[in-house]
Design a protein around this ligand. Structure first.
Ligand SMILES: Cc1cc2nc3c(=O)[nH]c(=O)nc-3n(C[C@H](O)[C@H](O)[C@H](O)COP(=O)(O)OP(=O)(O)OC[C@H]3O[C@@H](n4cnc5c(N)ncnc54)[C@H](O)[C@@H]3O)c2cc1C
Ligand code: SF4
Length: 331
């Protein structure tokens, strides 16, 4: 591992000032460091799209962005809050169980104890060519996608073009279903971006996965209070029954009136370069009897899926898991 400079910021302003001060060098914020220090810098994954950071700014030392607040307006979670603190929070268990369950399905207890929400949402993809040192693919600034001709069994089945990663973050799939927003701070000021617009695909810029500029970082995630009686579902299917990334995950958050779908969101992880909102499924369910329609609604995912040479099995899994998650949420 190459050496790096480390600065502990104690306020958001201090972190922003440091981002500005070192903007001529490769500077990144660090949460728990489980990916950026333990993975990226150890694995020597380098290239234009994955430069080895020279300066790290620790943001877990900023008290204002650690912790969870719930009130009449909704829930605010500091980006430097650990996944374990999210799992253990009683308010979240009762108000937003889909987030608790998604966080609980991430990695191992050890990683969840120091891995942060911001780190989980903003972690870089896990494509094995991207993480391997011998493959200078598009995402690293090269001129080829090795997944097109290589082993693509874990890659995208929806929305992949140019690059076929699947977004690795479980909490992002749940937060998209909860209609969350990201608060962002940077040298240009503060802004709020809905999760619907936060994640960006390879056609926007193959070198990144979200709207963050190099001099910005996420400070908080806000989640509106769900309507009373909202149903929640979370299912994650993994290849190995130990800690593992999602083959497919599904989050369902919806309201029901007399057994019929009123309003809500179905989101799917493990299928696309961004956490995927399955509007085709939501639209099909609108106003209909959920129990009677769930199977047909889940099958709508086939209309948008474009599997690669080795991953058409994921289309079947996604369809089955969407149906199961909707019915589980219904109870
Ligand atoms: C063995 C293993 C298994 C895993 N399994 C899963 C899994 O099943 N599901 C899953 O979702 N994840 C999984 N992960 C990923 C793990 O959850 C993340 O590594 C962790 O959540 C990242 O948190 P961190 O705080 O340590 O991030 P860091 O390593 O500190 O940061 C990760 C990235 O995010 C950026 N970043 C951090 N905080 C912010 C912020 N506030 N604003 C902007 N950018 C930021 C950093 O610059 C860096 O690029 C796994 C990781 C490992 C090592
Ligand atoms: S899927 Fe993306 S990250 Fe993986 S090899 Fe292709 S371009 Fe690189």
């Amino acid at each position: 591992m190459r050496g790096f400079e480390l600065y502990d910021a104690t306020t958001v302003k201090e972190a922003v000032d440091l981002l500005g001060k070192y903007s001529g060098r490769t500077v990144k914020v660090v949460g728990g460091g489980s990916d950026i220090v333990g993975g990226v810098m150890k694995d020597w994954v380098q290239g234009k799209g994955m430069p080895l950071p020279e300066v790290l700014i620790d943001i877990t030392t900023i008290k204002d962005i650690v912790g969870i607040k719930t009130d009449g307006g909704g829930t605010t979670i500091g980006a430097a809050t650990t996944l374990s603190d999210i799992i253990d929070n009683k308010d979240l268990v009762s108000k937003l169980p889909v987030l608790t369950n998604a966080a609980l399905s991430v990695a191992s207890p050890l990683i969840r104890n120091f891995g942060t929400l911001g780190g989980n949402i903003n972690q870089r993809p896990r494509c094995w060519f991207f993480r391997g040192e011998d493959f200078n693919c598009y995402k690293k600034g090269g001129d080829f996608c090795y997944a097109v001709t290589g082993d693509n069994r874990y890659h995208a089945i929806i929305g992949g073009e140019l690059c076929y990663i699947v977004h690795p973050s479980d909490t992002s799939t749940a937060l998209l279903a909860l209609n969350a927003s990201a608060k962002i701070a940077g040298t240009g000021g503060e802004r709020t971006v809905a999760f619907d617009d936060y994640f960006t695909g390879p056609r926007v810029d193959v070198l990144r996965e979200n709207v963050l500029k190099p001099n910005e970082f996420m400070t908080h995630v806000t989640i509106p209070n769900p309507a009373s009686g909202t149903k929640f579902g979370w299912t994650k299917l993994k290849d190995r029954q130990v800690y593992d990334f999602a083959l497919i995950s599904v989050a369902a958050v919806f309201t029901v009136s007399g057994g019929n779908w009123q309003d809500g969101r179905i989101t799917v992880g493990g299928v696309s370069p961004v956490p995927y909102r399955a509007k085709v499924v939501e639209d099909f369910l609108k106003g209909k009897d959920i129990k009677a329609t769930a199977k047909q609604a889940a099958a709508q995912i086939r209309t948008v899926a474009r599997p690669m040479s080795l991953n058409s099995y994921k289309v079947d899994l996604a369809q089955g898991l969407i149906e199961r998650t909707i019915l589980d949420a219904l109870g």
